[in-house]
Design a protein. Structure first.
Length: 214
């Protein structure tokens, strides 16, 4: 007796549904962490007088916006809609540019003003923890985005990766200030990160985050 086989299109539909659930879960996970991250960074930044820490917290708020956009992309009937893909990854591209503009402006102001923030061990601990946790989350989003053929998911994952870059810059800047009094290390590194964000936004706008995405 022949064994009934599941039609390929049914299997594909089930796999897509599973991937969409994973994409939503990862977006919610990032959203929750960025909320905590923003609160800690902004409070610690105000206490220490660190523009870098406050800027890092503001970046976290902007990354929350990218997560909300992704959740909107896969909510309800839009989960299977290719028409929602295009505006979603372009909205995420705009958030990259907001990050780039904010970081560049704050870094320039910090350099021009010669501001010397106090040492923030809370900020150093936050940057270290974020640097350790964001790359695996970004990699997970990249894998799901590739399998879904979703430029929106890939772009949001790239922004999570950018968060790791920012945390590395913050760790270098705060660490150099704490160890050597090099107050300028943070804003100089932040300018480099702003350039990275600008390029990531350009590629996200063009849908280059995923070569096979619609």
């Amino acid at each position: 007796m022949e064994t009934a086989s599941v039609p390929l299109h049914v299997h594909d539909a089930r796999e897509r549904e599973s991937l969409v659930r994973k994409a939503r879960f990862l977006a919610w996970l990032g959203l929750a962490w960025h909320g905590i991250e923003a609160a800690i960074a902004i409070v610690a930044g105000v206490i220490a007088g660190s523009i870098a820490l406050i800027g890092f917290g503001a970046d976290s708020l902007i990354e929350m916006l990218a997560g909300i956009i992704l959740i909107w992309r896969f909510a309800g009937s839009r989960a299977d809609s290719e028409e929602a893909e295009h505006p979603a990854h372009r909205l995420i591209a705009v958030t990259f540019w907001i990050i780039a503009a904010y970081v560049a402006i704050e870094a320039t102001r910090s350099l021009a003003g010669g501001e010397h923030p106090e040492v923030s061990w809370v900020g150093i601990g936050l940057a270290g923890f974020t640097l350790a946790t964001m790359p695996p989350l970004a990699a997970a989003k990249a894998r799901v985005g590739e399998r879904l053929h979703s430029s929106a998911v890939q772009s949001e994952g790239r922004q999570t990766r950018l968060c790791a870059y920012l945390s590395a810059a913050l760790l270098v800047g705060l660490g150099a200030n704490a160890a050597f009094g090099w107050w300028w290390a943070d804003p100089v590194t932040a300018l480099f990160i702003a350039g990275v964000a600008l390029n990531e936004g350009r590629e996200a706008w063009q849908g280059k985050a995923c070569e096979d995405c619609c």
